[in-house]
Ligand binder design. Structure first.
Ligand SMILES: [Zn+2]
Length: 512
């Protein structure tokens, strides 16, 4: 939901730092590989250090596709020391002489298909792995990385995406989060499933995505190992950890799925407001399923983060994490509606690259307007009118293009508010019948995949039979305050919808 970094990171990561080579170079080179093919192919090449994202070119890596992460960790809340092993199951998509992972902590060893591999650090977050044997297109790769570090003290641009809390830690951030706790192909284009287990001192809780395949297991040294499983493909930034003192509430949703909510015990008098919001998750998901299509994941829930921790919320897969600020003035359903709408728009259907962020934030924000309408707290038209009037024509807000905001403005107000206004204009253009067919058609067509704004426009045009270029160009890609459609123009100052205060309160924490 909210990127804490500045765009400086994109520039920073382009620089190449000194190279540190450890491991056991050459150890296995003498052993002949199996002759696998008589076909003559080009020499293996390095996998690219990025996936070409226009905003974050070196995020993710080329040359392989991850199927699954097995993240097995040990954490000490007292010192913030994190150690462990991540096993990556991947498939090579080219003949590889070497490949990259995105990761920041100190690496002790890397093995590829059982063989010790050389590794080196390049730039800010690139771990370059050279396997002793060549890797060929289509070959299964099992990459085992052993590592340790203190994530809160591992800084990039003076910043850590790992939040140390009063009683533990949170790994919750967008788009950079995994760098601080597991090596990965860190871009939404490479989705995978994952198993996460963490050993902590007895009495500490560990919350993560998905379901618990087993209860926590006792380990030597008065410790417990918690385990979580995500069975649907997810983008790496949507994996999370919440470690600390939590009260866990479990139930069954109307669709039969497990609901697992967790509340930091540090919330004090904010805890009832957090519960009054997050305990309605299953109701919200049920309502959203009726509009967006079947809920795409295996479990539901939410996590109320500790006091003095996150200043935002994030749509972590199956279980959004909410900062304590949302409950300062009481309950707030709108942030729950927003984060759970992201389960369809952002999590199941992810951006193909980060310039398409409107597909996440515009839709999650419009979900709030739809909820307001359903609750009788202000119609979508009233919210459009009031939001439109809230930003004067000379406000810099209108200079940010929701359809291509730039790396430094991915979470700008415009992406949210003008983003929601765009969907309202689309709805007016195509009519309710087509609009409410477009939304579930989109989530079905790109389920567990990726999408672009151009693809969404094409689908909307296909379903409505209309040329929608004027709507998309005007509202997403043209600076300045557009004239609203004649039918929606208001001549008097619009009244403030009842839901406005809560929506504002949520957006002040979600957008920048
Ligand atoms: Zn959002």
């Amino acid at each position: 939901m909210r990127r804490v970094f500045t765009a400086a990171i994109a520039a920073l990561t382009v620089t190449t730092a000194g190279t540190l080579v450890t491991g056991a170079p050459g150890q296995a080179d003498a052993r002949p590989g199996k002759s696998r093919s008589v076909a003559v192919s080009a020499a293996p090449k390095p996998g690219s250090p990025g996936l070409g994202d226009p905003y974050f070119p070196d995020y993710g890596n080329g040359g392989y596709d991850v199927d699954h992460y097995d993240v097995r960790l040990r954490y000490e809340p007292a010192t913030d020391r994190l150690s462990g092993t991540t096993t990556i199951l991947a498939t090579a998509t080219q003949d590889l002489s070497r490949f990259n992972l995105d990761f920041l902590l100190d690496v002790e060893s890397v093995r590829v298909n059982g063989w010790t591999a050389r590794f080196a650090r390049e730039g800010v977050h690139e771990l370059v792995v050279t396997a002793p044997r060549g890797i060929t297109t289509g070959q299964a790769m099992t990459v085992v990385v052993t590592y340790a570090g203190v994530p809160s003290e591992t800084l990039v641009d003076g910043y850590s995406g790992w939040t140390r809390t009063v009683d533990g830690a949170l790994a919750v951030n967008e788009p950079e989060s995994a760098w601080w706790w597991f090596p990965s192909n860190d871009h939404p284009l490479d989705k995978a499933t994952w198993d996460i287990s963490v050993s902590v001192p007895d009495g500490v809780e560990v919350i993560s995505n998905g379901v618990q395949p087993r209860p926590p297991l006792a380990e030597a040294g008065n410790r417990m190992r918690w385990g979580w499983r995500s069975t649907k493909p997810g983008a790496t930034y949507l994996a999370f950890l919440a470690i600390g003192q939590y009260d866990i509430v479990t139930d069954t949703a109307p669709n039969g799925q497990p609901v697992i909510n967790a509340y930091s015990t540090t919330l004090g008098d904010r805890k009832p407001a957090a519960r009054a919001s997050i305990e309605r998750t299953a109701e919200v998901v049920d309502w959203e399923s009726g509009i967006f299509g079947p809920y795409p994941f295996e479990a539901q829930g939410g996590v109320a983060a500790p006091i003095d921790s996150l200043s935002f919320a994030l749509e972590t897969q199956t279980r959004p994490v909410y900062g304590p600020g949302f409950w300062r003035r009481g309950s707030n359903l709108y942030v729950v509606v927003h984060e759970n709408a992201h389960q369809w728009f952002g999590d199941s259907v992810s951006v193909a690259d980060w310039s398409n962020i409107w597909l996440n934030e515009g839709f999650a924000s419009y979900a709030e307007w739809l909820w307001s309408e359903a609750q009788g707290e202000g119609t979508t038209q009233e919210l459009f009118d009031f939001t439109y009037a809230n930003y004067p024509a000379d406000d810099p807000f209108w200079q940010v293009l929701p359809g291509n905001p730039g790396a430094g403005a991915v979470f700008d107000d415009a992406v949210y508010d003008r983003g929601a206004m765009t969907l309202h204009q689309l709805r007016l253009a195509v009519g309710d019948d087509a609009f409410f067919r477009i939304l579930p058609a989109w989530t079905a067509a790109h389920r567990y995949g990726n999408g672009t704004i151009a693809q969404f426009q094409a689908l909307a045009e296909q379903i409505s039979g209309l040329d929608l270029d004027p709507v998309f160009t005007t509202w997403l890609f043209t600076p300045g305050r557009p004239a609203p459609a004649a039918a929606t123009r208001t001549t008097t100052a619009p009244a403030q919808p009842k839901s406005w205060t809560q929506i504002r309160a949520a957006h002040q924490l979600l957008a920048r």
